[in-house]
Design a protein around this ligand. Structure first.
Ligand code: TYD
Ligand code: MG
Length: 455
């Protein structure tokens, strides 16, 4: 028999190379290419007899299809991120940095589901059963009927979860510890992870159990990251947050059964994760509104408004090339706003260092934050505090115009709810709510600068 042909696969993005290289062309990462036997896990084992499939027409399906059957956890932030609960027969990947709280979240979800009468199996490949139980105790989940197993071999896991009554939900923590007898590569490589995940997805589809897969985001690339299985699963959620801060965000990046722009917000406490039903209150919690350079941005995450403080510090520099540092926002977007302020308003930052920070470790991705950033910058440079009871939003174009953004009424409603008395927003925004609040429409950046510097 001819020697099996091996391939060289990038552990970060899954790109296949014909020979080894130091750098992957696909994703540009270094030292991520590993030699593997790609056919190892495919084919379903020796001696398998092929089965004929059955094709059906779309019309015969009508009437049979209902809403995807979901399992609600009762943890509303988690249900919101998954689009209403875990879907039976589907696979969800939950990715995130090591130590961010994935196992904690899933143990809490498992306990909540078990209390609702569901049969849950938690398979841990990283911690021993005793360790998992210890964590469960800390989370007040030790009195539930969650079944624990500490296994890493795919065939053993399948045997364990097929035993007895069918599970409603299976948690695999984590995909990087999975290894199968049918694949020759080392545990943690792309082939092993894909083979293991494939087997788990097959189990979910066959039994109607919901499958939750945990994947660590890896920096080194020596073990495969969650990216390589994202396309195989039905939904992908990322658990994000800054380890220096307590809050965590569960963000949906792919969902075959629901919206992808929802987030769930949690706070890490000594008794596990707590739901945060009003994130704005959390992000505005430690606010010092009287100092210059702070502007509250009225943002949106999916269907939910989130108010967060943008802080700028503009200080004279002693360096030849002034410093630009950004936390929680896009640094090229900051450069653009600085350039537009210089070009259209004559506000000069050439002799100043500029620091921009989004409070609470939160990350803003909306361009609608432009106006809040520009306001914070001008306020800091002028040493003039902004009105404490105003929120800001609007996108800035290269010409200096302030452009309308979506969901204006929701942003304003949230601001009013939290006690803000006014907003600076783009002119010609959608219909503004009629109330006692002051809605100040801003045409362009020079208009904004004259209002801030003149106030
Ligand atoms: P963990 O869920 O183990 O992270 P992951 O599975 O994503 O690697 O969370 C680990 C961190 O969470 C650890 O640093 C301790 C902290 N933690 C708490 O602060 N409170 C708790 O109740 C628990 C269980 C963990
Ligand atoms: Mg873990």
């Amino acid at each position: 028999m001819a020697k099996a042909k091996t391939q060289f696969i990038c552990q970060n993005c899954g790109t296949v190379h014909s020979r080894w290289a130091g750098k992957c062309d696909g994703c540009g990462e270094w030292n991520t290419i590993v030699e593997e036997d790609p056919m190892g896990g495919i084919g379903g084992g020796p001696g398998k007899v092929p089965k004929k499939g059955r094709a059906v027409t779309l019309t015969t399906l009508s009437g049979e299809i209902e809403e995807a059957p979901r399992i609600h956890t009762g943890i509303s932030e988690l249900d919101r991120a998954t689009g209403g609960g875990f879907v039976r027969g589907s696979a969800v990947l939950i990715g995130g940095d090591p130590g961010i709280g994935k196992s904690t979240l899933l143990m809490q979800a498992a306990a909540a589901l078990s209390r609702r009468g569901h049969r849950i199996i938690y398979v841990s490949g990283e911690e021993a059963v005793a360790q998992v139980r210890l964590r469960a105790q800390r989370l007040d989940a030790a009195d539930t009927e969650v079944l624990l197993a500490a296994e890493t071999n795919v065939e053993d896991i399948l045997a364990t979860i097929s035993e007895g009554k069918r599970p409603d939900l299976v948690i695999i923590d984590s995909i990087q510890t999975l290894w199968s007898d049918t694949a020759d590569s080392a545990p943690g490589t792309v082939t092993q992870v894909r083979t293991g995940v494939q087997a788990m997805i097959r189990f979910a589809k066959q039994t109607g159990a919901a499958m939750v897969l945990v994947g660590h985001v890896t920096k080194e690339g020596q073990i495969a990251g969650p990216r390589v299985v994202e396309h195989m699963v039905d939904a992908v959620l990322y658990f994000e947050g800054d380890r220096g801060h307590q809050y965590r965000i569960l963000r949906t990046v792919k969902n075959r059964f629901g919206p992808t722009d929802e987030i769930g917000v949690f706070e890490m406490s000594d008794k596990g994760l707590r739901e945060v039903t009003n994130p704005s209150e959390l992000f505005l919690g430690e606010r010092n509104a009287k100092s210059p350079g702070a502007a509250v941005f009225a943002g949106m995450e999916g269907t939910r408004p989130v108010l967060v403080e943008v802080q700028a510090l503009v200080a004279p520099t002693s360096l030849g090339t002034p410093r630009r540092a950004v936390v929680g926002w896009d640094s090229s977007r900051l450069s653009m706003i600085l350039a537009v302020l210089e070009a259209h308003c004559g506000v000069r930052f050439g002799q100043h260092d500029v620091y921009l920070n989004v409070a609470g470790g939160y990350r803003i991705s909306e361009p609608a934050a432009d106006l809040a950033v520009a306001s914070a910058l001008v306020s800091s440079l002028a040493g003039a505090p902004l009105p404490a009871d105003f929120v800001y939003f609007g996108e800035i174009s290269l010409s200096g115009a302030v452009r309308p953004v979506s969901q204006t009424p929701q942003r304003l409603k949230e601001a009013e709810k939290l006690g803000f008395a006014g907003a600076m927003l783009p002119a010609s925004s959608a219909e503004l709510p009629k109330s006692g609040s002051r809605w100040t429409e801003i045409e362009d950046l020079p208009d904004l600068v004259s209002r801030i510097a003149g106030s």
